[in-house]
Design a protein around this ligand. Structure first.
Ligand code: ATP
Length: 553
């Protein structure tokens, strides 16, 4: 029997994968490494390799803030704050800071047992469960005990995994491929299983056990949602489909999957978190249905036949104090638009027209409305349902191909969306400043970025769109996740996602993306999205060229 898998081997594999720009080599390196692991070890390794320390959707995050890590590095290596800052400026990556400082560490821990994957998992689970008073000190002790035992390269990848910033270029798709290669499982089957399981760790374990073919959609294990491709106009949509399609209202709320098994109902968010307790009336509204199911739809603040502002949902989602009051102020409706499972039968592979028929049948006994929908074909028809949707207070349309299957986790061209603005982008805050005048005491100016491969590139700065209360909460949050405080300006850990609307995009030397959004305004804080969900520089370039065409046209 082999002994427990050393962490050192994962660190070396990641180091090797990072060093090459070839995707093929990255995949081969990881595959070679994963091959030698037992299923439980593959689960931990695959998660760590993608900068995750807990199951996707788990409410308990093991991720650790920069300050906890910095303090631990200082304590273990004896480096001063000045030395740490200098190293950070040199590398711009906390993992590399750990590596450098650990290499020059004076007192190497003698006789320390080498770290194993299992040790890191035990530590992660301690981090996940340490909450409440004294949690900061406990978390720091856990991180310190790990770093104390780490070699420089281990320290680098521990820190990267704990902060969720791997920067190895091993995106999820490549890791999926590595898992498929390592255990000789068909790539397609692995991809499908990943969508159903929703978690790279569970995927690695299942594939390693040789059970990839047995993965089924099941209640209480949420799957990744199907997404819609943005389009700029009704004419573009008419041209894209060139046939009769369903134009559904685009409701402005939170996307939700509702699962039922036996007598129990649970509600999951887009991040696959269990949000059942935030929406008791959704559970109640479906109590008349006597079969198991998984439904997809949107929870919308709604009263007297009209949608209410989306912001009203925030309190309910976070289940902050005053929940009952917030719930009374923001009653909700769940508008169902899809069904993924009925009884024990998977419906995702069936055409949307059939899924809708089944959805209608199952909802017959429930107080849950189906999303408003019309059959349309021409540009004029699409335009007219769009105007109707806007007049009713909705955001626009999601237009769907009746023949399309449900592609989990994909922005398929079977669903396209049409909104009012030129477009919106999901961006992450990377830096922030205090405002002026009555906002001089709150952090109200946010510099934001999009993704470009493994890097973040800034595209603009926004200071309008949030309520005073939201700005207050944002101020507290940004202080907590500050990386470096320059007085009136600060850089922050990139984790707060904003949806911004804008009038146009210009080329600009002001931001390192080379572009700047004109008149950006914050539409909302996207607590349902994380760093990996934000838009890319490629998308910015696409919008830039499409608007150019429009202006020239
Ligand atoms: P957005 O920011 O535009 O809501 P998104 O990135 O959250 O987009 P997309 O898949 O790109 O997600 O856009 C479709 C979104 O619209 C869904 O995630 C869902 O929350 C919402 N939506 C509202 N009504 C519908 C509907 N009838 N069918 C599908 N999605 C709908």
């Amino acid at each position: 029997m082999k002994g427990p898998a050393p962490f050192d081997e994962l660190a070396s594999a990641l180091e090797k994968a990072k060093a090459t720009t070839s995707k093929k080599e990255k995949v081969a390196t990881l595959a070679e490494y994963l091959k030698g692991l037992a299923p439980e070890e593959a689960q931990v390794a695959a998660r760590l390799a993608t900068g995750k320390t807990s199951e996707r959707g788990s409410k308990d995050e093991a991720q650790v803030g920069y300050s906890t890590i910095l303090d631990s590095i200082k304590e273990v290596t004896g480096a001063s704050s000045k030395e740490v800052s200098a190293a950070y400026l040199r590398h711009g990556d906390l993992g590399e800071v750990a590596e450098e400082l650990l290499s020059s560490k004076k007192a190497q821990t003698l006789f320390a047992e080498p770290l194993t994957l299992a040790d890191v998992e035990v530590a992660s689970s301690k981090l996940r469960s340490s909450k409440g008073s004294g949690a900061t000190a406990r978390r720091r002790a856990v991180v310190k005990s790990l770093i104390l035992r780490a070699t420089p390269v281990e320290g680098k990848y521990l820190v990267k995994a704990l902060t969720g910033e791997m920067r190895t270029g091993l995106v999820t798709g490549l890791l999926e491929e590595a898992i498929s290669q390592a255990f000789s499982a068909p790539r397609e089957e692995v991809a499908r299983a990943h969508m159903v399981l929703g978690d790279i760790g569970l995927l690695a374990k299942t594939v390693a056990e040789g059970k990839v073919g047995e993965v089924r959609i099941e209640p209480f294990r949420p799957v990744n949602f199907m997404l819609a491709e943005p389009m700029a106009s009704a004419s573009e949509i008419a041209e894209h489909f060139e046939k009769e399609v369903y134009a559904e209202y685009k409701y402005d709320g939170v996307r939700a999957q509702v699962h039922r098994r036996g007598g129990e109902t649970r509600v999951y968010s887009r991040r696959l978190e269990d949000i059942t307790t935030s929406f008791p009336e959704v559970v109640k509204a479906l109590s008349g249905v006597k079969q198991d199911f998984i439904l997809d739809g949107e929870i919308v603040p709604f009263a007297e036949g009209r949608p209410l502002p989306f912001q009203l949902l925030q309190r309910r989602l976070r289940r902050m104090e005053g929940f009952a009051e917030a719930a009374a102020k923001a009653p909700v409706n769940f508008f169902a638009f899809d069904i993924l499972l009925r009884g024990r039968k998977e419906l995702v592979g069936m055409a949307l027209s059939e899924r809708r028929r089944q959805l209608r049948e199952i909802l017959a006994g429930a107080e849950v409305p189906m999303a408003g929908s019309m059959v349309v074909k021409s540009e004029a028809e699409i335009r007219s349902v769009f105007d109707e949707s806007r007049a009713l207070g909705y955001e626009g349309l999601v237009v769907k191909d009746p023949g399309s299957v449900y592609t989990m986790g994909k922005r398929g061209s079977g669903w396209v969306k049409l909104k009012e603005e030129l477009d919106t982008l999901d961006v992450v805050i990377v830096a922030a400043e205090y405002g002026h005048g009555k906002r001089a005491r709150v952090i109200s100016d946010y510099t934001f970025a999009v993704r470009d491969g493994g890097e973040l590139k800034t595209v603009g700065k926004a200071y309008s769109g949030l309520t005073d209360q939201e700005i207050g909460e944002m101020t507290a949050k940004l202080k907590k996740i500050t990386l470096k405080d320059f007085g009136y300006r600060r850089s922050v850990t990139p984790e707060v996602v904003l949806e911004v609307a804008f009038d146009s995009i210009q080329k600009s030397g002001r931001h390192d993306s080379g572009y700047a959004l004109r008149f950006p305004r914050i539409k909302r804080i996207r607590t349902d999205k994380s760093l990996e969900d934000i838009d890319t520089l490629k998308r910015v370039e696409e919008i830039f060229s499409s608007q150019k065409l429009k202006i020239e046209g």
